[in-house]
Design a protein around this ligand. Structure first.
Ligand code: ZN
Ligand code: ZN
Length: 148
């Protein structure tokens, strides 16, 4: 199903190691979970999933690891149309920017990438002489299953 496709991600662990970050066992576990996630996860999702494999893993470690990934610009923090009030979601950065399509009925988040989006970024950069380093586009609406 092409509409469900997830955009490819760079290996986070290697990115961190190449930046000289020391990988502890718990950091490695968290990074693996973020990398392999098939959905956009918030701190609680992430913590719950990590604790299934390591019950000693503290929530503070989740925040610190996310902070580290953010500092190295390896994850994006998203609010996804505020579908769930103030929750923030995290995802590994992709090599190509994508648009998030958020269903306001079932909460499904789809990722969409297009060469037109790349063109639009180019146009903004040319016309405004603005160098884009991060771009976020979200669309809220009804997914194919939730229409009517
Ligand atoms: Zn839906
Ligand atoms: Zn995404």
């Amino acid at each position: 199903m092409p509409t469900e496709s997830r955009v490819a991600r760079r290996p986070l662990e290697q990115e961190l190691i190449s930046r000289g970050v020391r990988m502890t066992r718990q950091r490695r576990l968290l990074v693996e979970i973020i990398q392999s996630a098939d959905q956009h996860m918030d701190v609680l999702n992430l913590w719950q999933k990590a604790r299934q494999q390591d019950p000693t893993l503290n929530k503070v470690t989740v925040y610190r690891t996310l902070g580290l990934l953010k500092k190295h610009r390896l994850v994006d923090e998203l609010d996804l149309m505020h579908l769930e009030s103030a929750r923030h979601y995290y995802e590994a950065r992709t090599t190509r920017d994508h648009i998030h399509l958020a269903c306001i009925k079932c909460g499904r988040i789809q990722e969409f990438e297009s060469s037109l989006f790349e063109k639009l970024k180019g146009q903004i950069e040319r016309e405004r002489r603005f160098r884009i380093s991060v771009v976020r586009v979200e669309a809220g609406g009804y997914c194919d299953k939730c229409q009517e």
